[in-house]
Design a protein around this ligand. Structure first.
Ligand code: PLP
Length: 396
């Protein structure tokens, strides 16, 4: 979900010894991650908000101890991420699921501290079981619902949960049907890579429409999409608004950014495999947009490449494409000071977020099982089913 496209190189990576690395590879700078975490810690301390890492953006659990030095826990999109959060991060686990798979409900209760329901139906279907579990278990699990503030701030419909016909969250008109008994918090998520002002406008909409309910709650989760660690973010504005919000409604505010934790903290190293010419100069590299950075095609956007310029800005312009058979596996057009050489290493920037997670299983959503069936005999064999271990083993 990387929208911003400044062409300057990520400074710390300029000293990276590219030739010593396997190619392709993601390289994550733990010093940059820690610098980001320290900014988030300042926000927590000054505002009283609790900040969680949204695993959907960055779920590198090998650095969980570093993350948990500063943050309170994780935001999970389903059972696999919640289990990973519980097992590896060991802090609070806040799970929001767009639609619960019935056979996973008990397990979700076991691993979550907050479980957030997406619709009136979902809450009403599971409410009795949820409250029975809350009364009998030793956990302090709390339940919430996601609201749709019907206030759009994103220019990209793909990333706008408040777009018309959105399936994300409960709109005010449906909220009236909700049995609020047993609900201790509200969650909303409306932003994508945004500054404080869009959050402030979203909060105005939330307060206007749900203000009465807010007074009855214990917590409000402002979701993700806050680019808090980006240079120039209005930290003071954020801190003041959270402080005022918490005082006005006597609630605990949570933020669950993903990108902000690993912003500009990773690169994707690639090698030139071949150069060729068809109307223009082309190069095939050993990373693939479709396999390794699908947002390039989904968004679409052109990732920053260290040392390169816009097309024709420098003397040698190439179209970089991946090694896959997909004709459209094209990363973008870039210009260079000298012709590209086979074996040369290149470095795509800001690649820690929404990359590794998208080429494992995004949101922790299991891959479909694979079944062999014979249409004549009706014989059927389940060849393979995927679960938590498959998800976890593709991460690090
Ligand atoms: C519910 C929810 N929370 C948190 C996030 C994390 O957002 P970001 O990584 O943009 O901060 C997302 C992203 O899509 C989300 O859908």
């Amino acid at each position: 979900m990387t929208v911003h496209q400044p062409t300057i190189a990520s400074e710390p990576f300029s000293s990276l010894a590219l030739s010593a690395l396997p190619s392709p590879c993601y390289v994550i700078d733990e010093a940059k991650i820690e610098a980001n975490l320290k900014i988030l810690e300042q926000v927590q301390q000054a505002s009283g908000a609790k900040i969680l890492l949204a695993l959907k953006a960055f779920s590198m659990f090998s650095i969980a101890p570093l993350v948990m030095k500063y943050l309170q826990g994780v935001a999970a999109s389903g059972l696999n991420e919640a289990t990973l959060g519980k097992e590896e991060f060991k802090g609070e686990v806040h799970t929001y699921v767009a639609a619960i798979r019935p056979h996973e409900f008990n397990a979700l209760l076991n691993v979550s501290d907050h479980l957030i329901f997406n619709s009136v139906n979902q809450w009403h279907n599971y409410r009795d079981r949820a409250l029975a579990y809350q009364n009998t278990s030793n956990t302090k699990i709390q339940f919430g619902v996601r609201i749709n503030p019907e206030h759009s701030e994103s220019d990209t419909p793909l990333y706008d949960p408040c777009a018309p016909c959105s399936r994300m969250g409960i709109r005010l008109e449906d909220f009236q049907q909700l049995n609020i008994n047993g609900i201790s918090g509200l969650h909303f998520h409306t932003l994508c890579e945004q500054e404080f002002a869009p959050l402030a406008r979203t909060l105005d909409a939330v307060e206007k429409n749900f203000g009465e309910t807010l007074h009855k709650l214990e917590w409000v989760n402002f979701g993700g999409g806050h680019h808090i660690t980006r240079e120039g973010y209005d930290l003071q504005g954020l801190i003041e608004r959270i402080t005022a919000f918490q005082q006005k409604y006597t609630v605990q505010v949570y933020l669950e950014p993903g990108e902000a934790i690993a912003l500009d903290a990773g690169v994707l190293v690639t090698e030139v495999l071949d150069t060729l010419h068809n109307t223009m100069d082309l190069a095939i590299v050993d990373v693939s947009a479709t396999c390794h950075m699908p947002d390039v095609l989904e968004m679409p956007y052109r990732p920053r490449l260290t040392g390169s310029g816009a097309p024709n800005e420098k003397p040698h312009t190439y179209r970089l494409g991946g090694p896959s058979c997909l004709a459209g596996d094209i990363i973008g057009d870039y210009s260079f000071d000298s012709p590209l050489q086979v074996g040369q290493r290149l470095m795509f920037e800001d690649m820690a977020i929404y990359t590794m997670v998208k080429n494992s299983t995004f949101n922790g959503i299991n891959l479909p099982a694979i079944v062999l069936w014979n249409s004549q005999s009706q014989a059927m064999k389940i060849i393979k089913e995927f679960g938590y271990q498959d998800f976890k083993q593709r991460l690090s």
